[in-house]
Ligand binder design. Structure first.
Ligand code: SF4
Length: 345
């Protein structure tokens, strides 16, 4: 029934909605560095990098990293030619580092074959999934394809007064069709971004600013004052607890690091300390850090060893450690170790 309201939303109402969204969005269009760069260069690279960085990382943390990254790698070609060592400092601290390994693969593909000319072609590029391909195609190619993220889901749930959990494949598909219809009625990239921006700034999870909303006249939740019920919140994420022990082998001013395999449970492919799972949680008296990765709630402690490590790895000078440790977990362990192992030296 609810889905029929969405599917049956008239084209004239949709047109009015598109106009209202575009007029409202215009002043925001150039506010983020990736939008400024896209406006100046029209290079899909500017948008692509921002989409990758914004996956699971908040805008405020992305902005300085994005600026430095684009200065060093202004094109896909520049990034494709760089080696891991050169790239590392520019992505360190952003977490979920595998996405940059995939971006590198994708950049190599684009450097050889040129930029894709449709959403379907973008999906053949390494690391580019359904969401990113839709965002890239709508923004850089003007393809009328909807983008559905959590913000879009919330805005549409409220417009249509949907008091259900909407982060489901069924609702995503209904919202995708709606957004794809909407994007045919103006600039597809601007229309997608306007709904996302509306969700970020005005139609927020709690206390939406309905009096400032450009599409409030279409909104059933506003009419019925049911904003707080739309959509129904998802069940809280369940975490698995994991206790880890990192071993810091040192030799003078050098520390031993390993390259984790692509099959490792956590932090696949990153360089870091040898880490193993332990059964007991670190004692309160021990030094430890807390960190969440995907479904894991991690408590990690470390041990210091002067013995020769087993297995392959590299010895890195203490002063160079920051540029080798990409994951936030390794960085937290390193900061803790510096305070506690090396403080007296
Ligand atoms: S009127 Fe309020 S609840 Fe409805 S879309 Fe706008 S901000 Fe969201």
């Amino acid at each position: 029934m609810l889905s029929q309201n969405i599917e049956g939303f008239s084209t004239s109402s949709l047109n009015q909605m598109a106009d209202a969204l575009q007029s409202w969005y215009s002043p925001y269009r150039w506010s983020h560095p990736w939008r400024v760069l896209w406006g100046q260069t029209r290079s899909p690279w500017c948008v692509w990098v921002s989409e990758v960085m914004l996956q699971q990382t908040v805008i405020a943390a992305v902005i300085p990293k994005y600026i430095a990254f684009m200065k060093r790698f202004p094109s896909a070609q520049d990034f494709a030619e760089a080696n891991e060592e050169t790239i590392r400092p520019y992505v360190s601290g952003l977490g979920y580092y595998r996405r940059f390994a995939l971006l590198h693969k994708g950049a190599l593909q684009v450097a050889q074959e040129g930029y894709p000319q449709s959403r379907a072609m973008w999906q053949d590029v390494a690391g580019v999934g359904p969401y990113t391909s839709a965002a890239l195609a709508s923004i850089t190619l003007g393809e009328a394809v909807g983008v559905v993220d959590g913000n879009v889901e919330r805005v549409l749930a409220r417009i249509f007064n949907i008091q259900e959990i909407v982060a489901t494949p069924q609702w995503k598909s209904i919202f995708f069709s709606f957004m794809s219809r909407l994007t045919k009625l103006g600039d597809p990239g601007d229309l997608n971004q306007s709904v996302m921006e509306l969700g970020q700034t005005i139609c927020r999870i709690s206390s939406p600013h309905c009096s400032e909303c450009p599409i409030s006249n279409f909104c059933l939740a506003n009419k019925n004052q049911t904003q707080s019920q739309c959509p129904k919140p998802k069940a809280p994420k369940e975490f698995l607890k994991l206790s880890l022990l990192a071993t810091l082998h040192t030799d003078g001013d050098k520390v031993f690091l390993i390259k984790r395999s692509e099959d490792s449970l956590l932090l696949k492919g990153t360089i870091g300390f040898p880490i193993k799972e332990i059964q007991k949680k670190p004692l309160r008296s021990q030094h430890f850090v807390k960190h969440n990765i995907t479904k894991y709630k991690i408590t990690a402690t470390f041990t210091h060893s002067l013995e020769a490590p087993q297995g392959e790895g590299i010895w890195v000078k203490r002063k160079n450690m920051e540029s080798f440790l990409l994951s936030s977990l390794d960085q937290k362990i390193w900061r803790l170790a510096q305070k506690n192992i090396f403080a007296e030296h």
